[in-house]
Ligand binder design. Structure first.
Ligand code: SF4
Ligand code: SF4
Length: 506
């Protein structure tokens, strides 16, 4: 059991609505970004002098740009349907982590400066001045929202707290109060090409190492190409796939699938990161700059298709925004959607009968599946509604004999965030991350108890990192979280592999 310097919640039989404890997470704040991390992104290095006016001006600019923001701030009727739907509220008991209360932190300032009633009768409509105390609350509680959108599924008006959190973070960045974790990472992407700061040389070494490992393991020369001009497919994947467990096992799986399908593919040292933290800080300009690397890499390499690896928020940005941020992609093969997900590729190959599997290779596992919130509620896969739920499960069932779903209230569009999404996957927020995982861990423990589940598969780099870190706080093993393509990798039968294994046996 991992040790904590905060109290780790007890996991009950079922997910329960907690009794309120005021201010229990008011102390939770991520490190503030220093000037070195602010200025490369176009933000002031520290809190600017006339920050109140600047923040109000920025809010006005965002209200003019995004009509949805004004609609969300105007339309809440305080029905209460969202109050108990946030994993951070369930795990922390702090009433300010109720989605409606989180929205109200911005809404009260909006009312004060942008509505008639708020300007002249502020007390009557709950309008408040933007003070330093309010700004402190914004910094704390808008960094306790993983922008997972679960609350919006239950809101009769579809109010999206994620968009409100993004706007709040953008306003704070614009006055010099950015979050270190996100802004440092975005800077690394601009300077080096990926979140982890892996150089081209390090990438090449890693990929050569993977080729040797797969050859030793299967006897088959599976290639993991980098910057290969003229390849058909550009694979853009989260940089965690290049080295961390269990992510790298997923990358091994993608390579085996491409090999078995006879596809020509490459990774890119320029676009060596699928993640796009520009979304977490609500900055379309930074999202655009990050996305442009993918367009440039695709053009330089002359590829015909772009496929994304297992990364939840990367797929959300790619699926929803890549074409408007970095398009048009009229130089790619029009036969394929832009972009595609690796699971769509694998699923299509399974449908075509190109891939062979020995499912018994996964017989030591009883697998469940964690729907990543960004995939579930902000994207799709395949041509049919709900493809983002069906395709991952269809692929798991094609490669595993034992699969069990978790409580229906915690999967598909009602899935719970892992607790580390939305730019919160940083050690300075460990208490929040551990507490935010309560609903998912509760549902996981149910299927462990009732069905003997041994492993949980995920298709998001953040979910995998988060669970690897927080499962031990709840008496579970970090190895119980696996990449979905790791299951594919275990079961796929590569032609030539058996003969070599036999030779080795001789
Ligand atoms: S978007 Fe997710 S994290 Fe944010 S308030 Fe809603 S449920 Fe909570
Ligand atoms: S469910 Fe929607 S309308 Fe109801 S309180 Fe929550 S945000 Fe407001």
């Amino acid at each position: 059991m991992a040790k904590a310097d905060f109290s780790v919640p007890e996991i009950g039989e079922h997910i329960e609505v907690p009794l309120l404890v005021d201010g229990t997470m008011a102390h939770s704040k991520p490190y503030v970004a220093k000037a070195d991390f602010q200025t490369p992104l176009g933000y002031p290095g520290e809190l600017v002098e006339n920050w109140q006016q600047k923040a109000i001006d920025k809010m006005g600019e965002l209200l003019g740009k995004y009509r949805s923001l004004r609609v969300y701030l105007d339309s809440c009727v305080k029905c209460g349907a969202c109050t108990d739907k946030c994993h951070y509220f369930i795990g922390t008991k702090d009433p300010k982590n109720m989605p409606v209360a989180r929205q109200d932190l911005l809404r009260k300032v909006y009312r004060r400066y942008f509505t008639f009633a708020g300007k002249y009768f502020p007390k009557l409509v709950g309008a408040e001045d933007l003070t330093k105390e309010v700004l402190d609350d914004w910094y704390s509680y808008f960094h306790q929202c993983s922008q997972c959108r679960r609350c919006s599924v239950f809101c009769p008006y579809g109010i999206d707290t994620a968009e409100i959190s993004m706007a709040a973070r953008e306003i704070m960045d614009s006055i010099g109060v950015g979050q270190k974790y996100c802004n440092e990472i975005i800077g690394k992407v601009f300077r080096i090409g990926n979140n982890l700061g892996l150089t081209k040389g390090a990438l090449r070494d890693t990929l050569e190492g993977l080729e040797e490992d797969v050859l030793a393991d299967t006897g088959v020369e599976v290639k993991y190409p980098l910057d290969q001009k003229g390849a058909e497919i550009l694979l853009v994947t989260p940089s965690a796939d290049f080295f961390a467990e269990p992510h790298v096992d997923g990358l091994i799986g993608y390579g085996k699938v491409f090999h078995a399908a006879g596809a020509s593919w490459t990774l890119s040292s320029k676009a060596s990161e699928a993640g796009n933290f520009g979304m977490f800080i609500g900055s379309y300009e930074n999202m655009r700059r990050i996305s442009m690397r993918i367009r440039e890499a695709a053009l330089e390499l002359g590829v015909k298709r772009i496929i994304f690896g297992e990364c939840g928020h990367a797929w959300r940005v790619a699926y929803s925004f890549l074409n408007t941020l970095a398009g048009p992609f009229d130089f790619l093969d029009p036969k394929y959607p832009v972009p595609q997900h690796i699971l769509e590729f694998t699923y299509n190959e399974i449908q075509k009968g190109t891939l062979k599997f020995d499912k018994s290779q996964n017989d030591h596992m009883v697998v469940t599946f964690h729907d990543s919130c960004n995939v579930a509620r902000a994207s799709r896969m395949g041509p049919n509604p709900g493809g983002q739920f069906e395709i991952p499960r269809a692929v798991i069932k094609a490669v595993c004999n034992h699969f069990v779903d978790m409580d229906p209230d915690t999967i598909h569009e009602k899935t719970f965030c892992c607790g580390g999404g939305g730019g919160l996957l940083t050690d300075d927020l460990m208490e929040l991350r551990v507490k935010g995982a309560v609903p998912r861990v509760t549902a996981l423990k149910q299927v462990i108890k009732d069905h003997g589940v041994t492993h949980m598969a995920a298709i998001c780099a953040i979910c995998k990192s988060q669970f690897t870190k927080v499962l031990p706080y709840y008496g579970l093993e970090m190895g119980q979280i696996v990449s979905l393509h790791q299951l594919v990798s275990n079961a796929i039968v590569l032609s030539g592999a058996q003969e070599t294994r036999d030779e080795d046996d001789d």
